[in-house]
Design a protein around this ligand. Structure first.
Ligand code: AMP
Length: 283
């Protein structure tokens, strides 16, 4: 397929291009990704194209957000396939930097969002959000967007980015968009590719367990222990027992709740075989 999308792999070149668009009075929207694009990513791209004159999508599997035991090497890379998917949209640039362009020799400056990075995924993925905040800040400095679009699928990540932008006075509007799901309810994820058909079927119970929590809450149960235990029983019936966390938290501070209220969020991380999957639902 022919495409007008320009692929840029040099950070200085991307920054120069952005500067000249801004000088010409254009607005830029930006979608950072790690590639292996699916419809969830593309829903963000679609919105980005509507929001600004110029749309930039980055594809960078960021090594600093993976622990040594995680799937950095194995993570799906398919730049050509990604470009083909993006060519359906009004995307102007795909920014695909090299690792040593982003982290040159001697690199030693990191950003940490102190409290929000600690619980949930931060508890098991040491250094993950330090890597995420740092790469997002660097990408924002390179691309200089007016709008940066993130998925609510990675809810803790979204809250961390919003906090960083507020705390560091970054001149960008962060937009969070809803989770795009398979017809089964399974949240789309690049890691779903690791699942067999049977595992995918089991994984669809992750979202069902969240809707159960929400339904039980709507039916009058506000006791978090009861809500969570009932959902865990439900999950064990689908042979999902490797639950890293299943919790109800305040949607802004991410503080743990003992009594649930409207506006709260239920968040979950499980492993199916070796694949770690996350999801969430707002009440
Ligand atoms: P990733 O490539 O996994 O780093 O994701 C890039 C962006 O896409 C992040 O802002 C994710 O939250 C978002 N994203 C991933 N999966 C989905 C989904 N199923 N629905 C909406 N956004 C998503």
């Amino acid at each position: 397929m022919t495409t007008n999308i320009k692929k840029v792999s040099n950070g200085n070149e991307m920054q120069t291009l952005s500067n000249s668009h801004i000088k010409n009075g254009k607005t830029i929207s930006f979608v950072p990704t790690m590639g292996a694009l699916h419809k969830g990513h593309l829903s963000l791209v679609q919105r980005a194209c509507e929001l600004a004159d110029i749309t930039v999508v980055s594809i960078f599997v960021n090594p600093t957000q993976f622990a040594p035991s995680e799937d950095f090497e194995k993570y799906t890379r398919d730049i050509e396939g990604d470009i083909e998917k993006l060519s359906e949209f009004d995307v102007n640039y795909i920014f695909c930097p090299e690792i040593n362009g982003i982290y040159p020799e001697g690199f030693q400056t990191f950003v940490e969002v102190d409290k929000l990075q600690k619980p949930l995924c931060g508890a098991s993925r040491e250094g993950h959000f330090k890597g995420v905040a740092t790469i997002v800040l660097k990408l924002l400095n390179i691309v200089k967007p007016s709008f940066a679009i993130f998925g609510e699928k990675d809810y803790q990540q979204l809250k961390i980015i919003q906090r960083m932008v507020l705390d560091l006075d970054l001149d960008v509007k962060i937009i969070g968009l809803p989770i795009f799901r398979e017809p089964s309810g399974l949240a789309m994820s690049s890691r779903n590719q690791y699942l067999s058909q049977n595992e995918k079927k089991r994984a669809s119970f992750i979202y069902k367990s969240l809707t159960k929590i929400k339904d039980d809450f709507s039916a009058g149960c506000a006791d978090v222990k009861e809500l969570v235990n009932n959902a865990k029983t439900f999950l064990s019936e689908a042979k999902i027992n490797d639950i890293e966390y299943l919790e109800i938290r305040d949607p802004e501070s991410l503080a743990l709740k003992s009594v649930a209220s409207k506006e709260d969020i239920a968040v979950i991380a499980v492993k199916i075989n070796k694949t770690r999957l996350i999801d969430n639902i707002k009440f």
